[in-house]
Unconditional design. Structure first.
Length: 331
């Protein structure tokens, strides 16, 4: 029996390709070329599965042009690159890569918060530029972390990880806002209490965004929300581009309406709003919150597990779409 055919749409670990080759005829993009949508569609012809990252948009147009496609396995926990309704309508399964990146991403969220509040990047640029001539009492004086109030918007697994770090490690008072409240035991474990969005924005010293992107969460933070925040507050976005109105944020930073921001994700990335590149009080990183070698390996392995399990008839491991009753790979 011939092996199913799959496409790995971006460069990944050679070990992941080797593992997939044990089960499939694999076409891969190890040179990591940036494909247009038409090129991706052309590459997908005759393929039953695709290994994607958060960058490849799977929508109705692509699905209609790739009738043999049965599964899209994302090497990411977020899956806003999937049009889930269109996939369900075409009977195509989508999977994500949850859990394996939770603690690593929470570590990074905390690192970005610390770098932002304590002005680490800004002061490093100053030093490298040769501007450091003497110590002074207020040089790069930032905001306190320990004992301050941490506000988390989006209290899923990663948000909870950040809450634990803040409450248990730094004695922070943690408040959170989420679509639904955590149960009492989880709130107690995270030492976190629920707050309305407005209350959170008004009282938090540091606001961290970990909410998934959807039409409903677009511009969760815009000019009106920034205006509610304390002028001494920091804002950290490790969620998705589009959760923050980046143009409004650049204005708020320039006018010191909030003290500083740390951003790992951007509207229209890898492009970055030009005004964010010129304000000093922002720390910018290129979407690396999950980027440790062990975690990226685990994410790749889970995406591969999903392809292998589904296309060998055992069903997807971590589906985010409805799963057809009879897995197509088993037919
Ligand atoms: C990924 C992420 O690195 O998992 C996610 O949702 O944002 C990152 O961990 C990125 O999406 C590339 O797949």
């Amino acid at each position: 029996m011939s092996k199913p055919r799959i496409l790995v749409a971006r460069a990944v670990f050679p070990e992941t390709i080797a593992r997939l080759e044990q089960h499939f005829e694999v076409a891969s993009n190890q040179s990591d070329d940036s494909w247009s949508k038409a090129e991706l569609i052309a590459q997908l012809q005759g393929k039953q599965g695709v290994f994607t990252t958060g960058s490849e948009r799977i929508d109705a147009e692509l699905l209609a042009a790739c009738p043999e496609l049965k599964i899209c396995a994302n090497m990411a926990v977020g899956y806003n690159n999937f049009d889930v309704d269109a996939m369900a309508a075409h009977g195509v399964v989508g999977t994500n890569a949850p859990d394996v990146l939770t603690e690593t991403t929470a570590d990074f969220g905390f690192a970005l918060l610390m770098a932002t509040a304590r002005r680490i990047a800004e002061s490093e640029h100053f030093l490298r530029a040769g501007h450091w001539s003497k110590w002074s009492y207020d040089m790069f004086a930032g905001a306190e972390i320990h004992g301050s109030t941490l506000g988390i918007i989006g209290m899923g697994r990663i948000g909870q990880g950040i809450a634990r770090r803040g409450a248990h490690g730094f004695g922070m008072k943690v408040i959170y806002h989420n679509r639904s409240r955590l149960d009492a035991a989880l709130e107690a474990e995270c030492k976190a209490s629920y707050a309305g969005k407005e209350e959170l924005l008004k009282t938090a010293d540091h606001v961290v965004l970990v909410v998934p992107y959807s039409a409903a969460s677009h511009h969760t933070i815009g000019a009106a929300e920034l205006a509610l925040m304390k002028p001494t507050a920091t804002l950290v976005n490790i969620a998705r581009g589009g959760i923050v109105d980046d143009a409004a944020l650049a204005v708020a930073l320039r006018e010191k309406r909030i003290a500083a921001a740390g951003l790992d994700v951007f509207e229209g990335e890898p492009k970055v709003h030009p005004d964010l590149l010129t304000v000093p009080n922002v720390v910018l990183t290129p979407h690396i919150a999950s980027a440790t070698v062990p975690t990226r390996r685990a994410m790749a392995e889970l995406a591969a597990d999903n392809l292998i399990s589904f296309l060998t008839g055992r069903g997807p491991k971590t589906p985010v779409t409805p799963v057809p009753a009879v897995p197509s790979g088993a037919r």
